[in-house]
Write a protein that binds this ligand. Sequence first.
Ligand SMILES: [Zn+2]
Length: 417
Amino acid sequence: MNTFTVIFFVALAAGTLLRWWLAARQLKSVAGHRDRVPEDFSESISLETHQHAADYTAVRTRMGMLEIGASALLLLVWTVGGGIDLLNGAWAASGLPPLLAGTGLLLSAFLIMGLLEMPFDAYRTFVIEERFGFNRTSPRLFLTDTVKQAVLLVVIGAPIVALVLWLMAHAGDRWWLYVWIVWMAFSLALTWAYPAVIAPLFNKFVPLDDDALKARIESLLERNGFASQGIFVVDGSKRSGHGNAYFTGLGSNKRIVFFDTLLRQLDPEEIEAVLAHEVGHFKRKHIAKRIGLMAIVSLAGLMLLGWLVGAPWFYAGLGVTEPSLAVALLLFLLVLPTFTVFVQPLMSWLSRRHEFEADEFAARQADAGKLVEALVKLYKENANTLTPDPLYSAFHDSHPPAPVRIAHLRTKQATAG
Ligand SMILES: [Zn+2]
């Protein structure tokens, strides 16, 4: 057997077993704490709500375990099982010029993958979310969402894939450098355009329209250089009962978005505190930092791809008989997560650090106690577990678990008060 095949098998098995093991720990932790509300929350959260969150977390974790197994199997079918080879052969036989056939190969592979994920998405939406009372998506909306996503993939994906493949073929030995420049420009443009052009295809965004609330938040926004035209409310209730708030976009298109579901649950002081947290992401330049990190990672990735393109063992080891630039790019995108899963804890840690920074900012600019109240409501409404397994959380959680985050805010509140 090809040595690279062995390395691939070992990494895939290790990553799969690691994530199963963490999920099993999470299940155990949630079940073990199901009968009692953690002390710090005994006044704000009822036993019934706590158990609802525990059951919801358990069901979703089990579903996640099933998906981890299914995606590992699917990856084997695509690679050593000959899936990519088959699809590549079909495009090669189409008689299209290599650039078009290559673009077709990548897009069709991603469309097929999306199609295979659909049953999982549907189960999550119409069985799990439905059972726990969160689902608001109609089958019709689910279908139109899926069609829109597929159209977007083709409309946005085709030109960029074609351009990348063209550079790989014609830009000389340093093609990876030019691809990197194009990729960075594309990512920046997409980050900038997303809130104004793409997100509105799926949801309605309206400026926050509440004069009393506006007066309250105006000074917070003004002293931090954030235009109040940048506060939007999104009709998240169209799909789900879950609530949230987030900061998105770049430059003139940056905005803070509140879910209508969340807005309905919070009082004005709590909204101000959540807003201060989102402004904190903006002031601490978290989006710019994330883009900077992505720039470094993607440059390293492209240099690696530049080397793999010419390595026969890379294709042979992953079940491909007809090497080409398009196949190399597709294999690389498919197989990379098998190896990068091991840096997931680092990414999660970085994201949690940003959350702490935004919380610290909010604690200085608004009432930390109100942010705690808002977070408790948010955790309650989203049925997040209060008792995650620490290792599972360290590996996966982009946001600190409720008890950690609230304890952190309470210390800020104490020092501020
Ligand atoms: Zn945040």
